[in-house]
Design a protein around this ligand. Sequence first.
Ligand code: ATP
Length: 351
Amino acid sequence: MSSSVPAAHLQVRGIHKRFGAFTALDGVSLDVAQGELVCLLGPSGCGKTTLLRCIAGLERQDGGSLHSGARDISSLPPQARDYGILFQSYALFPNLTVAQNIGYGLNNLSRDEQRARVAEMLELVDLAGSEQKYPGQLSGGQQQRVAMARALAPAPSLLLLDEPMSALDARVREHLCGELRQLQQRLDITTLMVTHNQDEAMLMADRIAVMNHGRIEQYASPQELYCQPATPFVAEFVGQGNWLPFERDGQGQACIGGQPVQLSDSRGGMRGRLFCRPEAIGVNPASHADNRFRAQVREITFLGNRCRMSFELAQLPGHALLAELAPEHMPQLAGPEIWVSLPPRSLQVFA
Ligand code: ATP
C-alpha cells in the first residue's frame, strides 16, 4: 500500500465464512482508510454481500477479525458497530412519512433535535420540503435518496451500501452515483459498497476489491486494476481485452506464431499468454513501430464515440482480436489487409 494512504478505519483480517459445506469467504483481508469509498466488485455469488453482512454483524464469520480503528468489533452485535446501511431495495416503511422514516433511528434525540436533523438530511439529499410525503408518492430515485438520508441521519462512522442503485434505471443510476459520491466526500464518511457493475465501481471508488470465489483477487485503484490487472480473472472481469498465446525459442526470444515480439514485461516461462487492451493496439502504425504484424480485418463496428475492429493476425489465423479507436482515426481501408502494432508496454505476460 502506498504511504499516502491514511491509517485504516476498517480492518478486515482473514475472514472465513461457510454455509454448511460451502465456503463463501475464504480468508478475506482488506483495509479501508478514513474517508475512502471502497467497492466490492465481482460476479454473482462471489461473496460480496456475505462480506458486507459479516462487517455489519448481520452474519457471524467462522474465522478472522474485524476492527474499526482500534476497536475490535468482531463479535459485537450490529447495533454496537456504528454503521449506516443501505440495501438495493429501499426498504422504507410505506406507512410512515419521509420524516418518520428518516427519524426512525434517532430515538436518542429530543423531538426538536430530531426535526432539525431530518430537515438537515433532506436538504443534504436535495429533498427539502418532502417531510410529510409518503414513500409511495416519490419516484424510485427519490425513495433511494430518502433511504440514503435515513442511513446517514445517525451520523455513522461507516456507511455500508449493498447494490444501492440496482433497482433504478440507467440514467437515474448514473446521476445518483455522482450525487452519492459527492455526498460521501463532503461528509468524509468511510464507505464500503457492493456492486457487480464495473462502471459504477470505476466511477465512484477510490479503491476496488475484485472478488472471485470468496477471495479478493486484487485490491487497487480503478486505474491500476485496469492497466495492471494482477490475475487473468481481473483482466477479463474489468474491461475488455485480447489474449495472445506466445512461446519462447531456444534463445529465450518471445514469439507470437513464430514472429519475434518485444516485451517490456520479463515475467513468464517458456510459453504463456499475453494480455492487451483493445485501445492499445496500433492500427496502420509507422513502419518503425515495434511489434508490427500483418492482419486481416474481419469486421468494423461503429459505436458512436469509438470504432471496434475485429481482426486476425496472419501468424494466428482463426484467433479473433479486437482493436478500438476513435472514429476519426479509423483508416479508410483499401482491402482487408492492414498492419497493426502491439506496443511492448501494453503487453502483459500471464503464465
Ligand atoms: P450477488 O451479486 O448475486 O448478490 P454475492 O457476491 O453478493 O452475489 P453472496 O450473497 O455473498 O454473493 O453469496 C455468496 C455465496 O454464498 C452464494 O453461493 C450464496 O448462495 C451463498 N450463501 C449466501 N448466504 C447464504 C445462506 N444464508 N445460506 C446458504 N448459502 C448462502
